[in-house]
Every structure is written in structure tokens, then in C-alpha cells.
Design a binder for this molecule. Structure first.
Ligand code: ZN
Length: 181
């Protein structure tokens, strides 16, 4: 889980909120007893890529919590004003300084417990010169037999890599949808 979001105080007036079902609604919300504001918390999109160079994939070693020191595919929270694919490309640039050509949507993973949806795109690396940003300790290429499976940061990264290495044997890549509860 990258983080949890629980509203404690009203974002309008600062009053401590109450958890209750607003009239006409069907689930608990953070409702302000002061000004009546209802806070809606909805899932966040995490967008990233699976960058490939010949028989190797690019992983980044995280320089930030959570899971600092563990390996991940370049990914992060989608920003306003961008598409999922644009966000995935931006994160790849920010975290790895890698130049890529997008090859299409690959994984849509519902991380229900964290309130997130993770989107990974397959991407072809245009060269092997990387320039990791401050959120990354190291960016490097791994062959399948070198993947640090026990040091991967997130389950969605593991699922995406496992799927990729399975499908690579056939040369056919579909779109993989799965749920983590
Ligand atoms: Zn309020």
C-alpha cells in the first residue's frame, strides 16, 4: 500500500469530521458537522511502464518510502491534465531518465485494499543511457534470471513482470486485468 487516505478534519472549515451516511447516499463519508461539507474519497490511478531492451527489463531501486531500497517498475500517481499513457511516460522519465517508445496498455490491476488502480504500459527502450531522478537510487536492466523477486517493492510489479516473462515465450501480449483484495 503506497499510502492510505483518511479525512480527519473538514477541508473547508477545519472542524473534525464525522463518519456517516449522508442523506440520499449509501455509504459512510467524512461529513463536516460544522459546515455540512461531504468529502468523497475515490481510488487513485497509479501509472507506469515496463521498459524493455532486448531480453532485459528496466527496474528502479526506490530512494523514497514506502519500500525504500526495493526495486520497482517506473510508476507513480497520475496527475491532473494528463492521460494514463502520458503519466506513465512522465514517471519513466522522472524516475529512470529513460527514453522509450510506448507499445500499448499491458496491465490494469485493481488494488482494492489500497484504493488504487495500477496501469502499466509496455515500452521499448530507445537506448540504455539512464539518468535516475531523486526518487531513484539506481536504474538498471535485468534479464529474467537476474530479477530480484524477493526485493520487489509492490505486488503489482511482481504480477506485471511474471505475466510479461510468461507471455514473452509466445511473443503474444494481451491486456492483463486482475484484482487484489
Ligand atoms: Zn466544514
Amino acid at each position: 500500500m503506497w499510502f492510505t487516505r483518511r479525512i480527519e478534519h473538514c477541508q473547508v472549515c477545519g472542524t473534525p469530521v464525522e463518519q456517516k451516511v449522508p442523506e440520499g447516499d449509501n455509504r459512510d463519508r467524512a461529513v463536516c458537522p460544522g459546515c455540512g461539507h461531504v468529502h468523497y474519497v475515490n481510488p487513485l490511478n497509479v501509472v507506469g511502464t515496463l521498459p524493455v531492451w532486448e531480453d532485459q527489463v528496466l527496474l528502479c531501486r526506490r530512494n523514497i518510502e514506502p519500500r525504500k531500497g526495493f526495486w520497482t517498475l517506473p510508476a507513480g500517481f497520475m496527475e491532473l491534465g494528463e492521460t494514463t499513457e502520458e503519466g506513465a511516460g512522465r514517471e519513466t522519465d522522472e524516475e529512470a531518465g529513460a527514453r522509450i517508445e510506448m507499445q500499448g496498455l499491458y496491465c490494469v490491476l485493481n488494488v482494492v485494499s489500497a484504493g488504487q488502480v495500477h496501469f502499466f504500459y509496455r515500452a521499448r527502450l530507445l537506448d540504455t543511457e539512464f539518468a535516475p531522478g531523486p526518487e531513484t537510487i539506481e536504474a538498471r536492466l535485468f534479464r529474467e534470471d537476474e530479477i530480484p523477486w524477493d526485493e520487489l517493492a509492490f505486488r503489482t510489479v511482481r504480477m506485471t513482470l511474471q505475466r510479461y516473462f510468461e507471455e514473452r515465450q509466445t511473443g503474444q501480449f494481451g491486456v492483463y486485468c486482475a484484482d487484489i483484495r
